[in-house]
Design a protein around this ligand. Structure first.
Ligand code: AMP
Length: 178
């Protein structure tokens, strides 16, 4: 479990940028955390901890900030890494899943051959806000027959309650409430 000292230490490396990328959004920027070797190391080791005894075939990371620590988490769990990307970025055959944004909609894609039925997958992103993105990613993994064994985030925007949109029987771990 993450203790208070670790939480307070890591929170020093998260900054809030007001009105980015659009007015009204309080953007949680973790580039200071990536840039500090102690904070980066600490984050990597805390991300792996809740899942270290799980059998995991893949970590699926969400574009784009889920690509930053997702591959390291995969290596630490002795698993492969699957990118789940914005439309038109993956070159081979894909499955696509649409999801609603506050204004309009977007979609995510996964390679159709990224995993096979029964593979065990952890879905990772830097942050969960409303939960729409990770829910769409979950549908893609499940469409291919993958079993989601966990959700992993560095940050959770607590007041948005995004984790309530996820299957509550699947462990969901976020290091920091922001
Ligand atoms: P949501 O689908 O609402 O859970 O949004 C999660 C996705 O949007 C993640 O990929 C985040 O990187 C990004 N995101 C949403 N809100 C923020 C925020 N306030 N600060 C940083 N990233 C955000």
């Amino acid at each position: 479990m993450i203790d208070k000292a670790d939480t307070n230490f890591l929170l020093n490396y998260i900054r809030t940028i007001p009105d980015f990328p659009e007015p009204g959004i309080q953007f949680k920027d973790f580039t200071p955390l990536l840039g500090n070797k102690e904070a980066l190391n600490k984050t990597s080791s805390l991300l792996v901890m809740p899942f270290k005894d799980e059998e995991v075939d893949y970590v699926a990371g969400l574009e784009s900030r889920g690509f930053l620590l997702g591959p390291k988490l995969a290596q630490d769990l002795n698993a492969g890494f699957i990118p789940i990307r914005k439309p038109g970025k993956l070159p081979a055959d894909t499955y696509s899943q649409k999801y609603e944004l506050e204004y309009g909609s977007d979609s995510l894609e996964i390679h159709a051959d990224a995993l096979k039925k029964g593979d065990r997958v952890i879905i990772h992103d830097d942050l969960i806000a409303t939960g729409g993105t990770v829910s769409a990613a979950s549908k893609l993994v499940e469409k291919l027959g993958g079993i989601i064994v966990g959700f992993s985030f560095i940050m959770e925007i607590e007041f948005l309650n995004g984790t309530t949109s996820l299957d509550s029987s699947i462990p969901c771990r976020s290091l920091l409430k922001v």
